[in-house]
Design a protein around this ligand. Structure first.
Ligand code: F3S
Length: 387
């Protein structure tokens, strides 16, 4: 792999053993994937932040690293809302371990913004190279923003944050960003809700695998795109998709899709995961809620009281910028928590059946929370919780 003189010095150990090891990780990844060089990154997003997922081994690995990030870097959601973990019912022992993980990342210069939607804090620009690791954030960055990132593992993203570069292969290269199949999603002239886009992504991800789909006939807004991409990254390994006339690269590059395999998905196939089973909790905000999604929840919950636990997950910065909306949601008894989510918090394991409005959460809740899962729109979620 071609290295710049500065990288050669890092590799020779002139900047300490940790930086040397981090660069070795990047070079090893690059060699596996045939990268010819490293590319400068604008930011990193590091997964492996919840103690529930990394455990004691991960914590000890983090604690022995001695270096600092050289580019803006944030964390994926952790297992609890930092300021309200007791209220959420997180066990003290878990909270102490989680705080140790957080302290380890802080020492490495990673910002303690724990979210899968870092683009609501600072949005990358079209064409920026990134090293992000949370699959829905990767999908959003590539597809909706037109930035470029592979789906990094936690250690790879951390190494990239410390070196400021990542191996240049896969989705960093223009040639690898072309659509590989077409999906015609038939909405039957009724617009899909955000939950429907999540359900479409849940269904399409299984068909697509790791290919790059090009959607036609749908008109999702930014929240619909977020839901679609998150679910496809959960049931498939889709890190980039295009939507005709909507996503930036579909508009810029005007791809020639003639000759590509075409799959037709109809509304019945999309709606098959919606059900009516009874639930004992509702959780929305997967990926973390946008300001618009918070406003929708606030309007729907206005003047109502929830009868079962109702969780809304979002980023701390979004809470701070939308305090009135959050207050309005919480008047209903629902709780708006930052830093965590229904999948990475151990608290959600206490429920037998959880209702969600997200295709990604629908895919992950059964295994990660040991609960039955029900899919519904945000309107249905509020109706079920306030009956
Ligand atoms: Fe984010 Fe948790 Fe969903 S990390 S994408 S809210 S599973």
């Amino acid at each position: 792999m071609e290295l710049e003189p500065e990288d050669e010095r890092i590799l020779a150990g002139e900047y300490g053993e940790t930086r040397q090891k981090m660069l070795e990780i990047l070079i090893a990844i690059g060699k596996v994937f045939g990268a010819e060089r490293l590319v400068q990154i604008a930011s990193a997003q590091v997964s492996g932040a919840s103690y529930k997922t990394i455990g004691q081994f991960g914590l000890e690995w983090l604690e022995q690293i001695d270096a600092r990030a050289v580019v803006p870097a944030v964390l994926n959601p952790i297992g609890m809302p930092r300021g309200r973990w007791q209220e959420m019912g997180v066990a003290r022992d878990f909270a102490e371990k989680q705080n140790a993980v957080i302290a380890a990342y802080e020492r490495l210069g990673i910002r303690l913004e724990c979210t899968c939607t870092p683009y609501y804090l600072t949005s990358p620009k079209f064409g920026d190279h990134l090293a992000w690791s949370e699959s829905s954030a990767v999908s959003y960055a590539n597809s909706v923003i037109g930035a470029r990132t592979n789906r990094e593992g936690g250690p790879g993203a951390l190494a990239a944050a410390i070196i400021g570069k990542t191996p240049c292969y896969g989705l960093h290269l223009t040639a690898n960003r072309k659509p590989q199949l077409v999906i015609d999603a038939v909405t039957e002239d009724k617009e899909f809700s955000i939950a429907h886009y999540g359900a479409l992504g849940y269904y399409a991800g299984k068909l697509v695998g790791n290919r790059i789909p090009y959607f036609r006939k749908i008109r999702p807004d930014a929240d619909g795109l977020k839901a679609l991409g998150a679910a496809m990254a959960a049931t498939g390994a889709v890190a980039l998709y295009h939507v005709e006339g909507i996503t930036p690269e579909a508009c810029t590059f005007k791809f020639d899709t003639s000759g590509l395999e075409t799959i037709v998905v109809d509304r019945v196939e999309v709606e098959q995961i919606f059900s009516q089973i009874p639930v004992d909790a509702v959780a929305v905000g997967c990926p973390h809620c946008s300001p618009d999604e918070l406003k929708t929840a606030a309007v729907l919950l206005s003047g109502k009281k929830v009868k079962i636990p109702f969780y809304v997950f979002t980023a701390q910065a979004v809470i701070e910028a939308n305090k009135n909306t959050v207050e309005s949601i919480e008047k209903s008894g629902a709780r708006v928590y930052a830093d965590t989510c229904m999948v990475v918090s151990p608290v959600m394991e206490r429920y037998k059946a959880i209702m969600v409005n997200s295709g990604k959460a629908f895919a992950y809740v059964p295994d990660m929370c040991g609960a039955v899962v029900r899919m519904g729109t945000i309107e249905e979620c509020v109706a079920v919780a306030t009956l």
